[in-house]
Design a protein around this ligand. Structure first.
Ligand SMILES: [Fe+2]
Length: 389
């Protein structure tokens, strides 16, 4: 038996944030908790949400102490804010960390704390009920697509791996936001480096979702269309951040790629997840660097799919055989990395080579690689880190 979950509602368009208050009222709610972080506030984006709510005569409360890799401790504080301010709806305004934190905060407004029993690695999916307040997500970057993904990644301060806190996932279809408000105008001010990193994260989602081993033809179709839109626009938005049409294509493309990865991800994400707390290498940069070596590793197990991906990336493969077309997809990713000025390798990006054996062992604990087209062992993880170094 297969279960496929579609996002309830996606509203897309320049200025969509103006409709925030209207959406809150549609749910019959009166008191939103805005979840955000310092970067979003400094960019003036939270103010846009607050103004939109004020225009609908809706006073709101704000919890903005979300750190780049949100911990269970900040989730607890967010729940406290929701309860003490008597809120009835959660609105996330931010990137992946903010949206993931908002999902976990919303969970604990109706589920008994702590988060421990709800993590995926202890069978938490069975314990999550659909009785949570509405969640509206306003993504401020075009990359994670957390607004429609089923996962929330939380750094668990009570659970150490070899030498550090462990990132754990809460996975449930109820984590998809009730409304994803995609407003390209919100993403215009993103600096080029962040634009490139988050865009490569989205491209990695599309490629890993399309080649993941679960049977999900709906997600496969969406993944290819997402790759078309992302690859046609990533360099445009890198060079001209004010191109609102291209920003919109990136925002929708990243949302679609994240919807698609309910089919599964792959080894790139298992490896990259180890780097965000240890290196510190931004998630999208880690993905961009790791993607070509992982595609080489997977090549013999996904050749035809890589040939399809090459076409989605805009390559004319009419004179190529399947092998050549598949290889062209890998070359295209390398070309993107050069054009977007990504670091040449993980060493260049700041990784201490001595950490690789430990990180390789930890990557095996991450669930993403279970859907990788080729089975990965610990020695493979170490070899892939070395190849990307
Ligand atoms: Fe990702």
């Amino acid at each position: 038996m297969q279960n496929y979950f579609l996002p309830p509602r996606i509203e897309f368009g320049d200025g969509a944030i103006q409709n925030l208050g209207e959406h809150v009222r549609t749910f019959g709610c009166k008191r939103p908790l805005l979840v955000s972080d310092a970067g979003v506030i400094n960019a003036g984006l939270l103010a846009k949400a607050i103004d939109a709510l004020k225009a609908s005569n809706l006073p709101s409360a704000t919890y903005s102490d979300i750190e780049p890799n949100p911990t269970d401790l900040s989730i607890n504080d967010g729940v406290e804010a929701y309860k003490s301010e008597a809120c009835d709806v959660v609105i996330a305004v931010g990137g992946g960390s903010v949206m993931d934190a908002a999902k976990a905060i919303r969970l604990l407004t109706t589920h008994a704390p702590p988060l421990e029993p709800y993590y995926a690695d202890v069978g938490g999916i069975e314990r999550v009920r659909d009785d949570m307040p509405p969640l509206i997500c306003v993504p401020t970057t075009a990359g994670t697509g957390s607004e429609v993904s089923q996962g929330a990644i939380i750094t668990d301060t009570s659970f150490n791996t070899t030498d550090r806190w462990r990132k754990r996932a809460i996975v449930t279809p109820f984590n998809m936001s009730n409304i994803a408000l995609l407003d390209p105008g919100i993403t215009l001010g993103m600096p080029p480096a962040l634009t490139a990193a988050t865009g490569m994260d989205a491209i990695t989602h599309g490629i890993e979702a399309y080649t993941a081993t679960k049977y999900h033809p709906i997600a496969e179709g969406v993944a290819l269309q997402a790759l078309k839109m992302l690859s046609a626009n990533i360099q445009k938005v890198y060079h001209d951040g004010e191109d609102v049409t291209a920003r919109g294509e990136m925002l929708l493309g990243s949302c679609m790629a994240a919807f698609a990865f309910q089919k599964g991800l792959g080894a790139v994400h298992s490896l990259a997840h180890q780097l965000s707390t240890d290196a510190p290498i931004p998630h999208g940069v880690a993905n961009a660097i790791l993607l070509p070596p992982v595609m080489e590793f997977n090549f013999s197990h996904a050749t035809e799919k890589y040939a399809e991906i090459a076409r989605a990336l805009g390559i004319d493969t009419s004179s190529m055989d399947t092998d050549e077309a598949g290889r062209a997809a890998i070359d295209k990713i390398r070309a993107f990395n050069r054009a977007l000025k990504m670091p040449k390798g993980l060493g260049d990006a700041g990784l201490d080579r001595a950490k690789i054996p430990k990180l390789g062992a930890d990557a095996m604990l991450d669930h993403c690689h279970k859907f990788n087209p080729r089975v990965c062992m610990e020695a493979d993880m170490v070899a892939l880190f070395e190849a990307a170094f």
